[in-house]
Design a protein around this ligand. Structure first.
Ligand code: G4P
Ligand code: NA
Ligand code: NA
Length: 190
């Protein structure tokens, strides 16, 4: 998505540890007209899929998913990160390893909100190693729902989480794939 690539080049900054900061328009301050364009683009790409629910994970995926959902006319459900689990059988649970934050956390989703008849589009802001996305996919599988694909705003292609999922046959649509980045240069996959 050309508009997004231009915005990353204009306003993104590269931080130590291969972190791309896009705080001024995507994950801290949010540029709503711009995110509306992102919503339209995901709708265009997934127009042929019978999506019934958008799934994301807290925190920064939620705002984006809500805007995207308006173009699909379906609810958003977000998985929650839990510190300690109180397992009562009413929740889907999985563990996610965060490389960025160097920890493992539990992810939970109420069984009420994901059913076998659902067709799910997962939306998230970033895809790096893909651990968060794998956790969400596992929950969709456990629910017996149909995964239509994942829509990612920015994929860090050099961390290969997206490639691994595509090799498994999962449809991963990323609006910008960063193939390399340093203090003074950033390149996108064609
Ligand atoms: P992975 O899920 O793809 O394996 O990635 P990883 O564990 O490394 O990422 C952990 C968190 O950091 C995720 O947010 C992810 O979206 C975010 N992240 C990864 N790389 C970047 C980056 O280059 N720039 C920015 N801005 N974020 C990045 P999270 O833990 O789910 O936290 P939240 O911020 O959504 O609450
Ligand atoms: Na994040
Ligand atoms: Na996120």
């Amino acid at each position: 998505m050309q508009l997004l690539k231009e915005r990353i080049l204009k306003d993104g900054t590269v931080k130590p540890g291969n972190i791309l900061k896009v705080d001024s328009f995507l994950n801290h301050q949010m540029d709503i007209p711009f995110i509306n364009e992102i919503g339209k683009e995901f709708k265009r790409r997934f127009a042929g899929s019978p999506i019934t629910k958008i799934l994301t994970i807290e925190a920064s995926g939620i705002g984006i998913a809500c805007i995207v959902a308006q173009y699909f006319g379906v609810p958003v459900v977000f998985a929650k990160k839990a510190q300690s689990l109180n397992l009562d059988g009413e929740m889907y649970t999985t563990k996610v390893q965060s490389f960025t934050h160097k920890k493992v956390y539990d992810v939970i989703l109420s069984k009420k909100f994901l059913q076998p008849e659902d067709h799910v589009l997962i939306i998230d802001d970033f895809l790096a190693n893909g651990c968060a996305l794998q956790g969400l996919i596992e929950i969709v599988d456990t629910a017996g729902a149909t995964l239509e694909g994942a829509g990612i705003v920015i994929e860090k292609g050099f961390q290969h989480g997206g490639d691994a999922l595509r090799e498994k046959g999962i449809r991963v649509e990323s609006l910008a794939i960063v193939d390399s980045m340093s203090d003074d240069s950033l390149t996108f996959r064609a």
